[in-house]
Design a protein around this ligand. Structure first.
Ligand SMILES: Cc1cc2nc3c(=O)[nH]c(=O)nc-3n(C[C@H](O)[C@H](O)[C@H](O)COP(=O)(O)OP(=O)(O)OC[C@H]3O[C@@H](n4cnc5c(N)ncnc54)[C@H](O)[C@@H]3O)c2cc1C
Length: 401
């Protein structure tokens, strides 16, 4: 058995890699294990919407201009077949970027999109350049056991390591007892790029339908291209993944409604299973769950990674923000740091998943009173600046305690 005083990060997706880099910037060494090589992760076709808060974190970590981004300036939220729409972001008629005319966002983008693949590649390059981080890939974690003074991690090469603190960033909903436990996957996200005319640069769209939410996001470097994410009952998502192009484009045009130009082409399609989950206890002795290992969100509002990034920052702060730092060999120190972490993250981890879980259900309900209430809510969001700003702050920075 190898014994290490280092922190072991189990899972080297975006959340695991950001955590390793944040720790390294504070002088703390870590070893990161991931089951897959980086090239494998780079085949992922997900486009992530990053909030302004996330852009600040990644900018400080990777340097400005490192990530290929597409700014999101304005988000249009509407519901198919019902009145009422809300708009978040800079007013359309503010081309000079006058901050006084945009009290909500100071004429700055609401956020930006990045391909998961590009994010992973940039983080992996930063990790390669960081001597405090050892990355072992491909190296699958097979299991772990807690002991009073260490965590023993079993790896797929037959070796075992004993580390002082294990950070679980393996993602994926299947490994936890949680909300939706063992429930079959009932919905999938259908992803594809659409070619579409007549959109202002930086526009993003969220359209709720009875089948599920439909979103269009601007693509880095794409002029008339938008990335579609359409959350659907699983059997419909799979059927539309295989459907011929022409009828599918007609279906999409009907979903978007008459105010949009009809899409003229659709790129390769992929589907992702959707199963929101959440673990109740994020800290267990010398083990802590962060990112998707702690909670998997419905992608409706593009908040999963944004929430996971706030996990990373908070965890590293809790491990380092004491006068003497945390001596991770001492059980008492680890317990105190992880207790601070759990308490600080409680509200954000409760509110954001609850909100994103509620939206698809609310908008798929057909009864008239519900339809009237949601039209009124969209209208209120558009007309009441204080409500809109509070909602925008929540999406950009989460719940702060
Ligand atoms: C369709 C879709 C769209 C999304 N859009 C957005 C969005 O717009 N904005 C947003 O903020 N979020 C979005 N999300 C959520 C976002 O993708 C996740 O929150 C984010 O990827 C979580 O990162 P992670 O590192 O925690 O987990 P993952 O990205 O799942 O990475 C986990 C890593 O752990 C590794 N691993 C797994 N098991 C093991 C093991 N046993 N041993 C070693 N390694 C292991 C995997 O290989 C992987 O590299 C979206 C999700 C989906 C599905």
């Amino acid at each position: 058995m190898r014994t290490t005083s280092r922190i072991a990060i189990l899972g080297g997706g975006p959340v695991g890699m950001v955590t390793a880099l944040l720790l390294a910037r504070r002088g703390i060494a870590a070893t990161l294990y991931d089951a897959r090589p980086v090239d494998d992760l780079r085949r992922d076709r997900r486009l992530l919407a990053l909030s302004r808060g996330s852009l600040q974190i990644l900018g400080a970590l990777l340097g400005a201009g490192t990530l290929p981004l597409a700014p999101i300036r304005r988000v249009h939220v509407s519901s198919r077949g019902h009145a009422g729409a809300a708009h978040l972001g800079s007013p359309a008629a503010n081309p000079a970027g006058d901050a006084a005319r945009d009290p909500d966002f100071g004429a700055k983008p609401v956020g930006a999109t990045v391909w998961y693949a590009d994010l992973v590649a940039a983080l992996a390059r930063a990790i390669d350049a960081e001597p405090r981080i050892t990355a072992e890939r491909p190296r699958r974690v097979l299991g772990l056991q807690q002991h009073p003074d260490c965590v023993r991690v079993t790896l797929d090469d037959g070796s075992e390591i004993a580390c002082a603190l294990a950070i679980d960033a393996e993602g994926g909903p299947d490994r936890h007892r949680s909300v939706g436990d063992a429930a079959p996957v009932r919905s999938h996200a259908l992803l594809a790029d659409l070619t579409l005319d007549g959109l202002a640069p930086g526009d993003a769209f969220e359209r709720f339908t009875h089948e599920g939410p439909f979103a269009l996001l601007p693509v880095p470097g794409g002029r008339q291209q938008m990335s579609m994410i359409w959350c659907l009952p699983s059997e419909i998502a799979r059927a539309r993944q295989q459907a011929p192009e022409e009828p599918l484009l007609r279906e999409i045009a009907q979903t978007l409604g008459p105010r949009f130009h009809a899409p003229t082409a659709i790129g390769p399609r992929s589907v992702f299973p959707l199963r929101p989950t959440r673990v109740d206890r994020v800290c267990e002795h010398r083990l802590v769950h962060i990112g998707n290992s702690a909670q998997v969100l419905h992608p409706v509002a593009g908040q999963g990674f944004n929430l996971g990034l706030r996990d990373c920052v908070c965890l590293v702060d809790c491990l380092t923000d004491t006068p003497a730092g945390t001596d991770i060999r001492r059980t008492r120190d680890v317990a105190a740091a992880l207790a601070r972490y759990g308490a600080t993250r409680r509200l954000d981890r409760a509110v954001v998943p609850a909100l994103t879980g509620m939206l698809p259900q609310l908008f798929s309900s057909a009864p008239l009173p519900v339809a009237m209430a949601r039209s009124a809510a969209l209208g209120a969001l558009d007309l009441l600046p204080d409500v809109r700003r509070a909602f925008a702050r929540l999406l950009m920075f989460g719940v702060r305690v």
